[in-house]
Design a protein around this ligand. Structure first.
Ligand SMILES: *Cc1c(COP(=O)(O)O)cnc(C)c1O
Length: 811
């Protein structure tokens, strides 16, 4: 149903009256936000029901994407765009005297993820629906999302993110579809009449998993899939117990509190692992609810029998966090549905596929056997059996691999190795960029690759161009459409026709104008948030991502110090002005990351207030990095800093977002940077630093000495000395731990080793920037090749090579 501007306005007036008890004149932006959201939700809900009925009728094969994180950000503009109402709504709001951006900005970001992994899950859902695939997300409805970051005197302070304080208009509670999850208790085996074993559970703690559904609308195609977020509640029968005995009431409240904790908050650690019991509870809660739900769905959509489950269902697990899907599906098939081990194993290993996201050793999930056994006794029994059968299978059937057994066993050193469980229990294991998959095959998972070569494959990550170009950069989007037509919106690979415009002066002028406008808007935001006025003609040099030593924000700020030193030594130096923009959250317990945030602020306070520097150099740190902030920074970015130590960044997706918005990458040969380089060519990217092979070689054989770098390079020595005792230290702040980590831990991320080539790459970038025409050409070539990094490409690959799904024809 298409709404005209007039009927949209009428509906808006009506919604304001009925929902908010107000008229247009007195309405606040919040009133307006809820009124618009209600119209959009109504538009979506008809298609939502139709989509579900259509899938049921066709007994459609379904994909379920299980993820502990969905970093969705705001949905208003996304949903308006996807139902074709964005222009109508924006026009109407303006006409009624409202600033659309302020109205849409009323929505609190759904920050149910840490960073790249969670944002990938959100981009994937958008592409799945837009490409007409029958696929859904399953996650946790954390009451507190990723913490809100404030900076106080240069230090990060974390505040709880209570994003549900005001009603979330996109969710629908479906209490009637709640499921029960069991923890702890005893498992008792009984013999069935045929001699096989049956298991019953006693004294378990029961938790209700209550689903909240969020619609996932495809782009103007009437498909609406579902993101189902589970909330942990006390089972209703347990809440009725009346407190007759003294103390019982308080005990009851305590118990309720501990149950609700399961969906209480998102763990704020990105790419690192902590063996917290509550986290294991969260994982099992999500997995058990999802798999029970899938089985129930199968029975209503297809047949009562689950024999053909693997033909009707495929489950993708996002990293190892949902690996318990393997034993949970086994448990339900055997204990509830009466399958034999072999039949259950056959179904399970044809249903589950696993995506690996990292090779960092600190991120490898390993749960203590004792914790698993206490919390999930039946699941632990099954994992044990999986392990024994797997190890025995190798021993007898693949004797050539016998010596690998200690290194591939699912249970070893009193720990359950989640990645090994995921690999053994799934039919597909994919890495997220070419280099990452090669590293998995060649080294990190080489033992498993030798045993199961056919399971391994690559799916290079992507981002949804509908959000990260069409929605966030309307100026650039209409410029592209004017040049090559609208086809790129449906088929982002068509962006490549833009290459033809890389010598077209009028087009390049317009590219420059759009960037200028976007930079102006970001400069306004910076002024509003920090009070600092930046030079709008400076190079906007951007590094926005989680703070991690391997991502090397430290090298970036060292480079800023280097430039500052150059300017101080040589005040008349001819330098293109630069604005360095940072945004990053550090995990609350990550000391070194917090020190680096403090250093960035300290350098900023000196550089930004030095009259001799003026507006030639500015350092900006925008606090509370999240999806909405990314959406404001990325359209204005000119240089995209993707400078991880080679081999450490599995893919990166920030690199793709900025490329798509015309920024040029300064980066190492790491993650998807390598594929960006392949597409745009060496002349259109600034590559520097050690290769992953060189990094690997240094780790394996030594031969790198950070102290030698310190003594050999005056620029480096000066910076390090300034940190510790020099002008970037002071009575109160000294960055001695950063200094020590480099000097005495031998610079584990090769900041000093790559520094010289990093400076060279920056100098090359600056010289290219001085030739405006050449920069705009390079920028255009980057945009032209960015279509390959649309998550539509990624999802087509998953669908055809892993999920075996085809687009669902229209009803
Ligand atoms: C895209 C995105 C990320 C991932 O950025 P990388 O540079 O790939 O690490 C993290 N957080 C947010 C909010 C994002 O939008």
């Amino acid at each position: 149903m298409v709404l005209t501007t007039q009927s949209f306005e009428e509906q808006l007036t009506e919604k304001l009256r009925s929902l908010r008890g107000t008229g247009v004149e007195e309405a606040s932006e919040k009133d307006m936000y809820y009124a618009v959201a209600s119209i959009v939700q109504e538009q979506l809900s008809a298609s939502w029901q139709d989509t579900r009925k259509h899938y049921d009728k066709r007994e459609e094969r379904q994909m379920y994407y299980i993820s502990m994180e969905f970093l969705i950000g705001r949905l208003m503009e996304n949903n308006l765009q996807n139902c074709g109402l964005l222009d109508t709504c924006t026009t109407t709001l303006k006409k009624l005297g409202f600033e659309p951006e302020l109205v849409y900005g009323q929505e609190h970001d759904a920050g149910l993820g840490n960073g790249g992994l969670g944002r990938l899950a959100a981009c994937f859902l958008d592409s799945v629906a837009s490409l007409r695939y029958a696929g859904h997300g399953s996650g946790i409805r954390y009451r507190y999302g990723l913490f809100e970051q404030r900076i106080i005197h240069g230090n990060q302070v974390e505040l709880p993110d209570y994003w549900l304080k005001e009603e979330y208009p996109w969710e629908t509670r479906r209490a009637d579809e709640s499921l029960t999850i069991h923890f702890g208790g005893q498992v008792i085996p009984h013999k069935r009449s045929d001699g096989s074993l049956e298991f019953s559970y006693y004294d378990t703690d029961e938790v209700q998993a209550v689903p909240y559904d969020v619609p996932v609308a495809g782009y103007q195609n009437d498909v609406v899939n579902t993101l189902r977020l589970w909330s942990a509640e006390l089972a209703p029968e347990n809440t009725d117990i009346l407190a007759d005995a003294e103390g019982k009431y308080y005990h009851h409240l305590d118990h309720m509190h501990s149950v609700e904790q399961i969906s209480g908050f998102l763990y704020p650690d990105d790419s690192s692992y902590e063996g917290k019991e509550l986290r294991l509870k969260q994982q099992y809660f999500l997995v058990s609810a999802t798999i029970q739900n899938i089985i129930r769905d199968h029975k209503t959509r297809c047949t009562k029998s689950l024999k053909n489950m693997h033909e009707k269902t495929v489950i993708q697990i996002n990293d190892t966090h949902p690996s318990l899907a393997v034993p949970e599906l086994m448990r339900l098939l055997m204990d509830e549905e009466g399958f034999s081990w072999d039949d259950a194993w056959n179904i399970t290993t044809k249903t589950i596929a696993y995506t690996n996201h990292t090779t960092l050793s600190e991120a490898l999930e390993k749960w203590p056997v004792s914790m698993m056994e206490n919390l999930l006794p039946r699941i632990f029994m099954i994992i044990n059996e999986i392990n024994e059968r797997f190890c025995l299978g190798i021993y007898y059937d693949k004797p050539a691999f016998r010596d690998l057994i200690p290194r591939v066993a699912v249970i070893a050193d009193d720990q359950v190795h989640m990645a090994r469980l995921a690999i053994v229990g799934s039919f597909s294991i994919n890495g997220v960029a070419k280099l990452h998959t090669e590293i998995l095959k060649r080294s990190e998972m080489n033992d498993f690759y030798r045993i199961f070569p056919e399971k391994f494959n690559n799916k290079t990550n992507g981002i949804t161009h509908r959000r990260w170009l069409l929605q966030v950069n309307p100026g650039l989007s209409s410029l592209i459409t004017d040049a090559i037509g609208r086809g790129w919106v449906e088929q982002p690979s068509k962006l490549s026709t833009l290459v033809r415009y890389s010598n077209d002066s009028p087009f390049l002028d317009k590219i420059a104008d759009v960037k200028k406008e976007n930079k102006k808007a970001l400069a306004d935001l910076i002024r509003k948030r920090t009070g600092i006025t930046v030079n709008e003609n400076s190079i906007f040099d951007v590094q926005i991502k989680r703070l991690h030593e391997y991502k090397r924000q430290l090298m970036n700020i060292f480079h800023v110090i280097y430039l500052y030193n150059e300017l101080k030594d040589n005040p008349m130096m001819d330098m293109t002005p630069r604005t360095f923009i940072f945004a990053a959250k550090a995990a609350p317990g990550y000391y070194m990351a917090k020190e680096i945030i403090k250093l960035i602020h300290h350098v900023a306070s000196i550089v930004n207030n030095d009259a001799a520097v003026g507006d030639r150099l500015k350092v900006i740190f925008l606090e509370n990095y999240n999806v909405s902030l990314a959406e404001k920074i990325i359209p204005a970015a000119e240089l995209s800093e993707q400078i991880s130590t080679a081999s450490k960044e599995a893919s990166g997706t920030g690199n793709m977002k900025m490329m798509m918005n015309g920024a040029l990458t300064i980066g190492t040969m790491d993650g998807a940077n390598i594929e960006i380089n392949d597409f745009v060519g060496r002349d259109n990217i600034f590559i520097f630093g050690l290769s992953s092979e060189q990094v690997h070689d240094y780790y394996a054989n030594g031969g790198y000495n950070a102290k030698d770098m310190y003594h050999a390079d005056d620029r480096i020595r000066r910076i390090l000395d300034q940190l510790y005792g020099g002008e970037f230290g002071s009575q109160e702040i000294e960055f001695k731990d950063i200094f020590y980590n480099i000097m005495y831990n031998n610079d584990p991320y090769f900041v000093l080793k790559d520094f010289d080539s990093y400076i060279d790459a920056h100098e090359l970038a600056e010289s290219r920037y001085r030739n405006h025409r050449q920069w705009q050409q390079m920028s255009t070539i980057n945009i032209a090749h960015s279509g390959k990094f649309s998550s539509d490409r990624t999802i087509h690959e998953y669908a055809s090579e892993i999920w075996r799904l085809s687009p669902v024809p229209k009803a």
